[in-house]
Write a new protein. Structure first.
Length: 134
């Protein structure tokens, strides 16, 4: 898992952000991680995941991480496509804040979610055009 979270982050198809809080002792403590991974089979879509340590949940960490992640997302990604546990209301609300969301019930008490992301500066909606610019 550590290899996947660290070694596979390339800033192109797999973007990850960590929120670090500097304590009174001037030591940084990671309190949250957000990542977005472009789907190979659909380059305009990506999965998203956010993890926040228990002590920091409900304090805006996930919201802050996702807001920044959407701005720094892989070039050409225009939609988040993910699956969430049906009883995870916090995650569903967090995803709904990203943009227009549609959801459908899936098997095993899960919900398939699609969120259309707002355009951002420098995020060309055409991944082929983006690769031609580089």
């Amino acid at each position: 898992m550590l290899e996947h979270l660290v070694d596979e982050v390339d800033g192109i198809d797999h973007v990850a952000l960590v929120l670090v809080v500097i304590g009174e002792d001037h030591v940084g403590v990671p309190v949250g991680l957000a990542r977005m991974i472009r789907y190979d089979h659909e380059p305009t879509e990506a999965d998203v995941a956010v993890t926040v340590v228990d002590e920091w949940q409900g304090r805006g960490v996930a919201t802050a991480l996702l807001a920044e992640l959407v701005q720094e997302r892989p070039r050409g990604v225009t939609r988040v496509v993910t699956t969430v546990a049906a009883d995870n209301r916090a995650s569903l609300a967090m995803l709904a804040r990203l943009g227009p969301m549609t959801s459908t019930s899936s098997e095993d008490n899960r919900i398939d979610v699609r969120v259309d992301l707002p355009p951002t500066a420098g995020n060309d909606p055409d991944p082929a055009a983006a690769s031609r610019q580089e």
